[in-house]
Design a protein around this ligand. Structure first.
Ligand SMILES: Nc1ncnc2c1ncn2[C@@H]1O[C@H](COP(=O)(O)OP(=O)(O)OP(=O)(O)O)[C@@H](O)[C@H]1O
Ligand SMILES: C=C(C)CCOP(=O)(O)O
Length: 333
């Protein structure tokens, strides 16, 4: 990757980041229905994040931070302003970064107009860029609200609006000073895959998976979690009834990876992947590549299914027991 070059604050000057988590678009939206949020999965992911952040592990008093009530919104255990002023602190370790994908928001607009291929002189691409950003930033707003309802002090940050850009789809400029400063004062930054400007192509789509790799390089988290709609990486698309869940993948110094667990028979040593036609960022293939690059840094990566006991354990960084269901990608060193 042509690395982002701007001067950035020293991330190690603040507390180390515990976890960077990707809320996969497939996990928190209904893939088959345009701009439809998977309400229960999103609620569960936010509640589990709160539990993972909680010092006591308990789900006691929640300082609701979404004060923009709309008809039909779920009611929360909101502490009123007076109650908030009496609370001594949130009781949370907020040293997390959340990145989410687009799912049924954004990918459709981007693929229909070809934003990922560039060419802003085309009216269709220009309109598609705008439409993609409207869609994905409206999802970002809903995710920030869902986290805020759980008392997580979350702030939305759009890569495009933060000036992030690419060159031939590789991140070129990605200043993280606002993210680092926000973490420093106790906010949880919530970024998302976005439409961005590209030095050679005019524009493209930057995947949340790529953002996570960049942030992992910069912030050196203890672990990275990808929550999606399947239990992890399989040896073939999970729609195949014979698909086998890969429990552990090792990445060596050169970045090449091998399946450690389970031991697969015969010539079956690779991973076969299918990607949805409207997906503009490479689906599971991109995720594995980015996860391998993160693991190479010495940061363990857990890929698992949203809304399960396994997702909670992953968010808590506790995947060591045999009954944990998911894929661990780690360095062979
Ligand atoms: N070999 C494979 N192992 C696991 N999942 C696979 C494989 N091949 C294809 N898939 C598909 O990959 C999908 C998950 O990848 P996808 O990129 O859509 O996830 P996401 O990160 O949750 O979504 P988004 O990219 O919208 O943020 C699953 O729905 C699954 O069906
Ligand atoms: C389609 C857009 C806007 C972002 C895609 O991000 P991803 O779902 O993380 O790959």
């Amino acid at each position: 990757m042509a690395e982002a070059t701007q001067k950035q604050p020293n991330p190690t000057a603040s507390r180390p980041v515990r976890c960077i988590v990707k809320l996969g678009g497939a996990a928190i939206t209904n893939k088959g229905e345009l701009e439809s949020i998977g309400v229960e999965n999103l609620r569960s992911a936010c509640a589990q994040l709160r539990q993972a952040m909680s010092h006591s592990g308990a789900t006691e008093k929640v300082a609701g931070m979404d004060w923009s009530r709309r008809p039909g919104d779920p009611t929360d255990p909101v502490v009123d302003a007076e109650g908030l002023s009496e609370m001594e602190g949130l009781g949370l370790d907020t040293n997390f970064v959340v990145v989410h994908g687009a799912g049924s928001f954004g990918h459709f607009q981007a693929s229909r107009s070809g934003v990922h291929k560039g060419g802003l002189q085309s009216t269709l691409v220009k309109a598609g860029f705008v439409a993609t950003r409207i869609s994905v930033t409206s999802l970002n707003q809903e995710i920030v609200r869902a986290l805020a309802r759980e008392g997580i002090p979350s702030v939305g940050m759009s890569p495009f609006a933060c000036g992030w850009s690419t060159k031939q789809r590789n991140l070129e400029s990605a200043n993280a000073s606002q993210i680092i400063q926000s973490l420093h004062v106790g906010f949880v930054p919530v970024l998302h895959g976005d439409a961005v400007l590209d030095e050679l192509l005019d524009c493209t789509i930057l995947s949340g998976d790529v953002i996570i790799r960049h942030l992992a390089q910069l912030l050196n988290p203890k672990y990275v979690v990808f929550l999606t709609d399947v239990h992890g990486v399989y040896d073939r698309p999970p729609s195949d009834p014979n698909a086998v869940l890969l429990r552990e993948i090792e990445v060596d110094d050169t970045g090449s990876w091998s399946i450690v667990k389970p031991a697969l028979k015969g010539s079956n040593k690779g991973v076969e992947i299918s990607v949805a036609a409207h997906d503009t960022t490479g689906g599971m293939e991109t995720k594995i590549l980015e996860a391998a690059a993160i693991a190479r840094l010495g940061v363990d990566v857990y890929i698992t299914k949203v809304g399960t006991e396994h997702s909670l354990r992953a968010l808590q960084g506790d995947t060591s027991s045999e009954d944990w269901l998911g894929t661990v990608i780690r360095s062979s060193k």
